[in-house]
Design a protein around this ligand. Structure first.
Ligand code: CTP
Length: 429
């Protein structure tokens, strides 16, 4: 019996997929198909997969050409699959010519011509395109535009600034066709308003958000820009009644690795939680953490997720170089140090009764952490690949929600933003 294998994501199953499976089957008697897992796709930068693994697998089976379906979970799996399933022919589309020649050592490798004019990406983009507009106050080098380009179905349409010249400079530098200093006109041409981290007054930010929501536009914004709990509550209410989303732009909240790490801790990996130590440097040229308020918001987000923010007392101490805060919460104690005028050794430690978790450097990206178990002295290391600065994940989830037509399903919702803003204000008083 001649066995053939092929692989793919098979998202939004289309004619090209059908054709390649048909032709692959014709090359032998038994066809095995490897469908990529969600994690594998994210790791290799395919971020916009619409169908679940289960749907993609059942679509592959329903083609009628397939004898066995397996899941492709990691780089380098193909060689072991070929050996394990005693494969004679490996088939893939011509977009991969040359890439799989290394398999020739184990089986025949056939590149089949792709079906013209169709791809999952094309099907995805033929759906609705969401137009985003940026509210800015000046041009600052950032990854934002690059990140939005990685999210299919999203396009940056226009730029708004109170200062028309600033909008023009931004638009020219980022090659965006239109810009304006007229907020009403701006709102008419977009579906989503993104409020970049700005130096302008909190009052202004509030007005931008309010006007956008009243015009039924979704808003993505760094919530640290908001000042009061009551204000947060009112804006979320307004968003709800206008059936739009008010979406926190904090990338850490959308990283798969950060979610996993939090569940890991909740799953008792450290025993009973005792305390957290956090240090973070605030630098003007690091857009992720360019103000002390943003640094605090970020630190508090992790405290909230890991520990909860039931604060009993806060003491603080400020010098020209540091701000230090000591929070006593119902769950334990939290020490936060913000470097304002000097560089700190950025790290976060979560201390439990049986072990501690440590992340260093740009810990808010959750690229790498280790868990040390006190008794056995065992160290467990976890790492994840994060491309870019994580902003693409903020937009990716937003688009998923919008396409599903839901105005719920916040990753960082009203109650969470309120708790953080409340804690932030207590720290600043
Ligand atoms: N394929 C094909 N002809 C097409 C599209 C895909 O022959 N028009 C083949 C690919 O070469 C691959 C398999 O189908 O061998 C699975 O491809 P996949 O990456 O899942 O599909 P794409 O449509 O290329 O997906 P995307 O646009 O997300 O890259």
């Amino acid at each position: 019996m001649k066995k053939v294998i092929t692989y793919g994501t098979f998202d939004l199953f289309h004619q090209g997929h059908y054709n390649i499976l048909k032709r692959a089957k014709e090359l032998g008697d038994y066809l095995v198909v490897g469908v990529t897992s969600e994690k594998f796709d994210v790791d290799r930068g395919k971020l916009n997969i619409r169908d679940s693994l289960a749907t993609r697998m059942s679509n592959v089976i329903n083609s009628g050409f397939v004898d066995e379906v397996i899941v492709e979970e990691y780089q380098g799996q193909k060689v072991s699959d070929v050996q394990k399933h005693q494969i004679d022919v490996f088939v893939v589309g011509s977009d991969w010519i040359g890439k799989f020649d290394y398999l020739k050592e184990y089986c025949e490798v056939v590149y089949l011509e792709r079906t013209k004019n169709i791809s999952s990406t094309k099907v995805r983009n033929e759906g609705k395109i969401f137009r985003m507009g940026l509210v800015v106050d000046s041009f600052v080098e950032s990854q934002l535009i690059v990140e939005t380009k990685l999210v299919s179905g999203l396009t940056v349409e226009t730029i708004y600034s109170q200062n028309e010249q600033a909008a023009e400079i931004y638009a020219n530098k980022e090659e965006i066709e239109t810009y304006t200093a007229d907020y009403e006109e701006f709102l008419q041409s977009v579906d989503i308003v993104y409020i970049a981290d700005m130096k302008i007054e909190a009052e202004c930010v509030k007005t931008y958000i309010e006007e956008a929501i009243k015009n039924k536009k979704h808003v993505v914004c760094g919530m640290q820009l908001l000042r009061k709990e009551a204000e947060v509550e009112r804006l979320f209410e307004l968003a709800k009644s206008n059936e739009v989303l008010l979406w926190d732009a904090l990338p850490s909240g959308y990283l798969r690795a950060s979610e996993q790490m939090i569940w890991f801790i909740k799953g008792n990996a450290l025993g009973k939680l005792r305390g957290m130590n956090i240090s973070i440097t605030c630098e003007m040229d690091n857009l992720m953490i360019n103000t002390p308020r943003k640094a605090k918001y970020l630190a508090l987000y992790f405290v909230l997720k890991i520990f909860g923010l039931n604060i009993k007392s806060i003491s603080s101490h400020k010098t020209k170089d540091y701000e230090t805060y000591y929070l006593i919460t119902n769950e334990g104690s939290v020490y936060i140090q913000i470097g304002v005028g000097c560089k700190l050794d950025d790290r976060i430690e979560v201390v439990g009764s049986t072990g501690k978790l440590v992340m260093k450097e740009d810990w808010w990206n959750v690229r790498y952490y280790k868990i040390e178990e006190y008794a056995s002295k065992r160290i467990e290391r976890h790492s994840s690949s994060l491309d870019g600065n994580g902003e693409r994940y903020v937009f990716q989830l937003l688009l998923q929600r919008l396409l599903a037509g839901t105005i719920d399903g916040y990753r960082i919702g009203e109650e969470e933003v309120k708790s953080i803003i409340n804690a932030l204000n207590l720290m600043d008083n």
